[in-house]
Design a protein. Sequence first.
Length: 106
Amino acid sequence: MLYVKTMALLEQLESELRVQGLWSSQKPSAAAMNDSSPFSCETMPFENWVQFIFLPKMHELIDRALPLPEKIAIAPMAHHVWGGKPELHTIIFIFEELDRLLSEQR
């Protein structure tokens, strides 16, 4: 059930990124993709990290039935980046739900 709920939130996240024009057709450079800073914030916009690092990793975990992260806190970064843009609050809400779901005791 956790995989199903997580996948539904990931699909909502992708859809909302597309609706808001934050979905990119161009992958970041290899150097940017290898950035080890939190959220790759030194080399790419947060939405690129979500699209090209976070979503693929989560899909891989689900596809391979591997354990999902037990404690995540992405919503604070989403608040930091998009908090002043009311049109993006739906994306922030999705991250809040995802954080809550994956951080629940299992």
